[in-house]
Design a binder for this molecule. Structure first.
Ligand code: FES
Length: 573
């Protein structure tokens, strides 16, 4: 049953003969609009995370206009709303601190203004979860417009992938195998167009997940940012959201447990970023679904990884699009999916992928020829991580997946940078590098420091991977035997805080174990001696963040933003 104009949320602002309605209409007219432009029409918010420093979204001003074109075509009234342009490159200490800020801003932009439905424009890592979390809590009809990946990098006849090849060649440069001149040439060639990182890093993972959840138009997440199809998709989002408002199709109609299981399954099949775990747990928390870390491991165990994309594979997102994109991949793993889940298209995910096909089987592999027979995520538990830790086995050297070695402990990031390349660092290839105080509160913001640098003296010996443990995150484009998201974190007194140089640490990925071989009495003694550091912030957003952010296993959302009692609509006076 379609809504009537009188049932639109914005009707409360615009209709009537009172002083307030007069004010709202007169101010719409201040922009040059006439009654015919807005009266009785769905008002569509376009939340745009463009900024000059959000380089992945540099095409968004044009795309916003293309969305508006679609909204007008369908009989809606578009209004653009700029929002916190969380960007991965420039925001310090970590953009992760600002994901929840964007989520809050999204929710309140929608709540406080006469919006009937929303197009969410994001793509750079944290923008996808931030926008979806806020819109889900507000629960107005919402459609996600993913920025699309940038074109392949190019250097010296070689294809370069965002992040992955930076880490790779940076290690070669530190080992003295790449010249300054070559390094400078790479700087010119690795980011060639608008769009988010084009490896299967966090951005591509999260936009693929948004599509699998049912929050984008079918196929939207794989379209390169500068492809003309991307512009057409933007206009299609504008047209579709107007229909969604009349149909009252909301996130709560789409985001159920089955949709989240689909998202985790796709995450495993694409070899997605470990960051997706945190974001999915947080998003599910916004609809009252508690996603256990074990669910990720269970689904990982049964899902083959078939996307041959860096960092776990060979190709890049542009190749993925030409290979058929996410729709083709989902078709390939259809037997693992709940095909009845509803999506923003109004059709089920099963309907959406019905005609999809794989055009390049070397990029999207067949189920009987996977990149890995299991997904890319393992959840570890043990006395070092009572509430869990994460590793991406597909991105690590296999020999390290079962390993025991002595700890080399860095008490924070600066300590690590000061000492890791020193000749006097006592370390060999069997050592386990440990970074403390890099978690959600301690980092702060759980920065992507989890791929600890290999000490220079080992790089020179040819070592390229070793076991590394932290309560930090790792870029989705990074790789290595890096144990991440250790919970609870060291800054609040998690066991990672008590590791000392020389302690033996045992990693056993097959058995999902992460243990510190220190007896309980000694651990109790160290715990009793431990003194917390002062809070990272005493005022401002940082203080709010430090007081309310939850641990990695709970998604790092603010405790007061989880699903619970409804937040009321504003009174209009
Ligand atoms: Fe924006 Fe990588 S920097 S997605």
């Amino acid at each position: 049953m379609k809504k009537s104009p009188e049932q639109l949320r914005s009707h409360r602002w615009f209709d009537g003969e009172d002083l307030r309605a007069f004010g709202h209409r007169s101010r719409a007219k201040q922009m040059g609009y006439a009654d015919e432009d807005f009266a009785g029409k769905p008002i569509i918010g376009i939340i745009n995370t463009w900024s000059d420093l959000t380089t992945c979204h540099s095409h968004f001003r044009t795309r916003a206009e293309e969305v508006k074109r679609g909204v007008w075509q369908a009989g809606g009234f578009p209004v653009e709303l700029p929002a916190m342009p969380v960007n991965e490159t420039f925001m310090k200490p970590s953009p992760m601190m600002y994901r929840n800020f964007l989520a809050m801003e999204t929710e309140e932009l929608l709540r406080s203004q006469p919006i009937d439905g929303v197009v969410l424009m994001g793509g750079c890592d944290k923008t996808t979860p931030g926008l979806l979390m806020g819109a889900t809590s507000m629960n107005l009809p919402a459609i996600y417009l993913p920025a699309g990946p940038m074109l392949r990098g190019n250097w010296n006849g070689q294809v370069l992938g965002s992040g992955s090849d930076v880490w790779k060649y940076w290690a070669e440069k530190r080992a003295g195998r790449i010249s300054d001149c070559e390094w400078s040439e790479m700087e010119d060639g690795i980011a060639r167009s608008p769009g988010h990182c084009m490896t299967m890093g966090t951005a591509s993972t999260m936009t693929s997940i948004a599509e699998t959840l049912g929050m984008t138009l079918p196929g939207a997440s794989s379209i390169p940012a500068v492809d003309a199809n991307h512009s057409r998709m933007a206009s299609a989002c504008g047209r579709r959201i107007v229909e969604m408002v009349w149909d009252d199709l909301k996130p709560s109609d789409i985001l159920d447990l089955a949709a989240f299981e689909n998202a985790i399954t796709a995450d495993m099949a694409i070899g997605g970023s470990t960051n997706a775990i945190i974001h999915l747990v947080a998003l599910a928390g916004r609809v009252g679904i508690k996603l256990d870390l074990k669910t990720f491991d269970d689904i990982s165990q049964r899902t083959p990884m078939i996307a041959n994309l860096r960092p776990s594979g060979e190709y890049l997102m542009e190749d993925f699009y030409y290979a058929g994109g996410l729709k083709a991949l989902l078709k390939q793993i259809a037997d693992f999916l709940n095909l009845d889940c509803v999506t923003v298209s109004g059709a089920t995910i099963g309907d959406n992928i019905q005609t999809a096909r794989v055009c390049k089987p070397e990029v999207i592999r067949a189920l009987d020829n996977p990149v890995s027979t299991k997904g890319g995520t393992a959840i570890l538990y043990g006395n070092l991580a009572p509430n869990g830790a994460v590793i991406k086995p597909t991105a690590a050297e296999t020999r390290l997946l079962q390993h025991a070695g002595p700890a080399v402990v860095f008490k924070n990031f600066q300590d690590m940078m000061d000492r890791v390349d020193g000749d006097d660092l006592v370390v060999d290839e069997k050592s386990v590098l440990v970074l403390q105080n890099a978690g959600p509160v301690g980092g702060p913001g759980m920065p992507e420091w989890g791929m600890l640098p290999i000490p220079k003296k080992l790089l020179k010996k040819g070592v390229r991977d070793m076991v590394r443990i932290s309560d930090a995150r790792m870029s989705g484009t990074a790789y290595g035997a890096c144990v991440l998201h250790v919970a609870p974190e060291s800054f609040i007194g998690g066991p990672l805080a008590f590791v000392r140089d020389g302690d033996f640490i045992e990693l056993d990925v097959a058995n999902r174990k992460l243990d510190l071989r220190v007896n309980d009495d000694e651990m109790a003694r160290r715990r009793a001696q431990w003194r917390p550091e002062p809070p990272r912030y005493e005022r401002g957003f940082g203080a709010l963040y430090g007081a309310h952010v939850t641990q990695a296993d709970q998604g790092c959302d603010f405790d007061f933003l989880h699903a619970g009692a409804a937040t009321s609509e504003p009174e209009i006076h």
